[in-house]
Design a protein around this ligand. Structure first.
Ligand code: ADP
Ligand code: MG
Length: 619
């Protein structure tokens, strides 16, 4: 068999994506590789396919039990023998797996890094004929990242101990230069073929929403996405409890996850989510590392996370199967204060000296500010994120709430001048709230105490709504016409650029949402009849939806019997393709992406029956 036949027979796909083929070819030629590809791009196949094409065993080093389980489950479902060796096995199970491995039963073995240098494992590895070591989540070797795992530092020693040096491949979704260089150095890759395919996840819709009733907004979202799987991230445990309770009261099948629950409950809730018994999970950021569930259709944030790195990582858990998915952030002004509190009371840095601690806190405040700008920008959200990670996006992606909002350009020079003038004449001593109160002419005790009712700009914007004034001040900050100090007082200061407007007569134009034009999201498009099941009229879309529902419940039934998570039976993407192609024969079913021969034998007939029954019911 060649690589294409393996791709088709076991995994059910017709062609490789992105850098996959180059990486596979390089490995087959005996070269080391470093693959940097975003979540969901398909890194696993890059080492799994060579493993099936070469003599000897491929060891996959993976940081988490849940990831190993998921991947081994996936391979077993595809008819490939694979096993994992980690602390979830009893001693008996462990030695049994090793014995089978010695007999050559597994072309692919997943192992936790801490095992590598243990006596029992080394004894096996030195005689086993290991042809490749694949390092998954390779950024775990780097202390720069958030996921540093000391165990990963054992990998080079292990490789050096082997009688023949295997091919070494490293894979990660983290693309910063420091991490990349660390991986190459620490793992000692030899002239690796490095492929980096960028950060963009084009199937993800990004949205930002503000508003008083965040709970109501999220409930409505779930209402229109019944049956879909999703994650709702909250900032605090208390919020998780509240949101979860309310959703249960309102009749949704949700579960919860945070560090305050005991191990057993956390594990149970996570499993309920993975097995789709509770399709929605409300969680703090403690949840998600090691979640490879491919059919997460939405990630909602009830509150703004602490920085764009966290946001992209959490939001990125949506749509791993490449199907459309939505990431929506519901923010409120209070989120900034909550996050500031976390920064000031960060317990993770206790062992650092005062100077380093202060530096870390300052960096955290800067990142928080970048996150805040994400919530306020009127530009393309995808572009904002990509630029933050040092990539060029395009200024229009057509798949985020800003690109889908109708904007008009408004001249806000008068408002900008009033705000800047106020800051200058008040000698840059006051915070945002006081400045805004001054220009809108508020009669508060503070304003009188400070004598600001005599400021020349007092009341200059009395007729402008407060939210609008705040928007203008935000925009002045984003574009560098003022800075706001990063402490509790948020004092507004002028910059070199301020003079361009104050004295230079420069105009200040702003993109503003048209009052009538509402943001449109993927969900709204769905309502209008543009379906991802192919049909363009609303009746057809409704039918597609119905067939999808039936296939999904069949999948659930089969998954229960096989005791595997439903998305390991077939991914959402595969079900969607079944809806579009509506296969009638074995041949046609095998042409559906994700249906390989082994899975066809196991499940194919049942799905064909289901499609046939559906067609007959349509009359
Ligand atoms: P990563 O580890 O890069 O996040 P995975 O290896 O888990 O991604 O793959 C994500 C999804 O993409 C899986 O459902 C996988 O089956 C699918 N996939 C991988 N390669 C292909 C391909 N060439 N064509 C279609 N789907 C693919
Ligand atoms: Mg992966």
């Amino acid at each position: 068999m060649d690589k294409y036949e393996i791709l088709k027979k076991y995994f059910g796909y017709d062609s490789f994506r992105g850098a996959q083929e180059t990486l596979i070819d390089s490995i087959l030629e005996g070269r080391d590789v470093l693959g940097i590809m975003p979540t969901g791009a398909g890194k696993s196949l890059c080492y799994q396919i060579p493993a099936l094409l070469t003599e000897g065993i491929t060891l996959v080093v993976s940081p988490l039990i849940s990831l190993m389980k998921d991947q081994v489950g996936n391979l077993n479902q595809a008819g490939i023998h694979a096993a994992y060796l980690n602390s979830s096995l009893t001693a008996g199970q462990y030695y049994k797996a090793l014995a089978l491995a010695r007999q050559g039963r597994y072309p692919i073995i997943y192992v936790a890094p801490e095992r590598l240098m243990t006596e029992a494992f080394l004894d096996f590895a030195l005689h086993a004929g290991i042809s490749m070591v694949a390092i998954d989540e390779a950024h775990c070797v780097s202390q720069w990242g958030q996921d540093f795992r000391p165990g990963y530092l054992k990998i080079p020693d292990f490789i050096a101990a082997l009688p023949r040096r295997p091919v070494v491949g490293a894979f990660t979704a983290t693309a910063t230069r420091e991490v990349r260089d660390d991986i190459i150095d620490i793992v000692r890759l030899r002239e690796p073929v490095v492929m980096s395919t960028g950060f963009d996840r084009s199937n993800l819709y990004f949205g930002v929403m503000s508003g008083k009733d965040r709970y109501g907004a999220i409930r409505n979202y779930l209402e229109t996405h019944r049956g879909e799987s999703g994650i709702i991230y909250c900032l605090t445990r208390k919020q998780v409890e509240e949101v979860c309770q309310k959703l249960i009261r309102d009749g949704f099948a949700v579960t919860r996850y945070h560090a305050g629950l005991d191990d057993a409950e956390r594990r149970k809730n996570q499993d309920d989510f993975i097995y789709d018994r509770a399709p929605v999970i409300v969680a703090t950021n403690a949840f998600g590392m090691g979640i490879d569930k491919s059919n997460v259709r939405f990630v909602l944030h009830f509150g703004m996370p602490k920085n764009p790195e966290s946001y992209y990582q959490e939001a990125g858990r949506a749509g791993r199967d490449g199907e459309p998915a939505e990431c929506i952030l519901y923010y409120s002004g209070q989120d900034v204060a909550t996050n500031r509190f976390f920064i000031e009371h960060n317990q993770d840095n206790e062992e650092l000296d005062e100077v380093t601690k202060a530096l870390v806190a300052e960096r955290d405040r800067e990142r928080l500010q970048k996150m805040t700008f994400y919530c306020y920008t009127n530009g393309c959200l995808r572009d904002y994120l990509l630029q933050y990670f040092g990539e060029y996006g395009s200024s229009y992606c057509g798949n985020c709430s800003n690109c889908l909002t109708q904007f008009e350009e408004k001249d806000l020079t008068e408002a900008a001048s009033a705000l800047l003038g106020c800051v200058r004449s008040a000698r840059q001593r006051y915070g945002t709230v006081v400045i805004i109160d001054t220009v809108r002419g508020a009669r508060t005790a503070k304003i009188r105490d400070y004598g600001l009712h005599e400021n020349p700009c007092y009341g200059a914007l009395a007729r402008m709504p407060v939210y609008r004034i705040r928007q203008v001040l935000q925009e002045l900050q984003i574009r560098g016409y003022v800075t706001v100090t990063d402490d509790a007082y948020a004092v507004v200061r002028l910059t070199e650029k301020s003079g361009e407007i104050l004295d230079g007569g420069q105009r200040f134009l702003m993109k503003m949402a048209k009052e009538t034009g509402n943001a449109s999201t993927r969900s709204e498009e769905k309502k209008r009849g543009k379906s991802r099941y192919g049909a363009d009229d609303s009746a057809g879309a409704g039918r597609g939806e119905l067939l999808f529902e039936r296939l999904r419940s069949l999948r659930m039934e089969l998954a229960r019997k096989a005791k595997v998570p439903p998305y390991l039976v077939f991914s959402d993407k595969t079900l969607t393709h079944m809806c579009i192609q509506q296969p009638q024969t074995k041949q046609e079913m095998l042409a559906v992406p994700g249906v390989g021969e082994y899975k066809y034998e196991k499940y194919g007939e049942r799905f064909l029956e289901c499609i046939r029954a559906f067609q007959n019911s349509s009359g």
